[in-house]
Design a protein around this ligand. Sequence first.
Ligand SMILES: NC(=O)c1ccc[n+]([C@@H]2O[C@H](COP(=O)([O-])OP(=O)(O)OC[C@H]3O[C@@H](n4cnc5c(N)ncnc54)[C@H](OP(=O)(O)O)[C@@H]3O)[C@@H](O)[C@H]2O)c1
Length: 221
Amino acid sequence: MTTIAIIGAGPGLGAAVARRFGGEGFDVALIARTQERTSRLAADLAAEGITARGFAADVRDPKTLEAALDAATATLGPIEVLQYSPLPHQDFMRPVLETSAADLAGPIEFSVYGPVAAVQQVLPGMRAMGRGTILFVNGGSAVVPDRDRAGTSIAFAAESAYGHLLHDTLAAEGIHVAQLIIPGEIVPGHARKDPAVLADTLWRLHQDRHGFRSFADDLGS
Ligand SMILES: NC(=O)c1ccc[n+]([C@@H]2O[C@H](COP(=O)([O-])OP(=O)(O)OC[C@H]3O[C@@H](n4cnc5c(N)ncnc54)[C@H](OP(=O)(O)O)[C@@H]3O)[C@@H](O)[C@H]2O)c1
């Protein structure tokens, strides 16, 4: 069986996607900064019959991300699905007039250098398999910039452009690249924005394989 690597695997959406894809037979590589938390989540999933392993990496340090993806491939097998969904840091979300050039370094590392490093690392394996899926998950500011969240708005726009370029470039090779926009907050119990519902939406994006951008809910909701 092949592997889904979830970059930014926490207790919310990350765990729900691990359960959804794991339930379909994927092995799951859980990647976040804290080894202990990812290992604990992997143990919880193992108790549910899902093969999962935790790997520590900081997406702002591409070398750690590349090493984690290599370790995941060596431990679990080829990565067929890559999901990039770390939760952006609070200090990226400052008003536009209070955002300096230096303040943009973090958001750009997080939302541009991180995804590019991750994609470059897994793409040779996907091309060798002749199939793959790359999923980007972003908030609504990727589509409508928010003046109070300048860092994420600017960096998400760049991440979206990168994803869209990949979509257009890789479709002919059987590698589907998609972006899910989640407007507003993830809300447990919500009809469209409960983590398990969002995980199901991401599973369907992986299955259906057309179009780049999808919305989990209406913008502004
Ligand atoms: N939560 C919301 O209301 C909301 C709203 C709209 C969109 N989204 C999108 O949903 C996704 C996140 O889902 P979630 O909020 O449910 O989170 P989650 O899957 O519960 O956890 C995300 C994980 O990202 C990890 N992370 C943060 N910074 C990182 C870094 N520098 N390097 C590696 N990992 C890092 C954190 O773990 P460590 O601290 O251990 O690194 C965190 O546990 C993101 O794509 C986000 O843009 C969320």
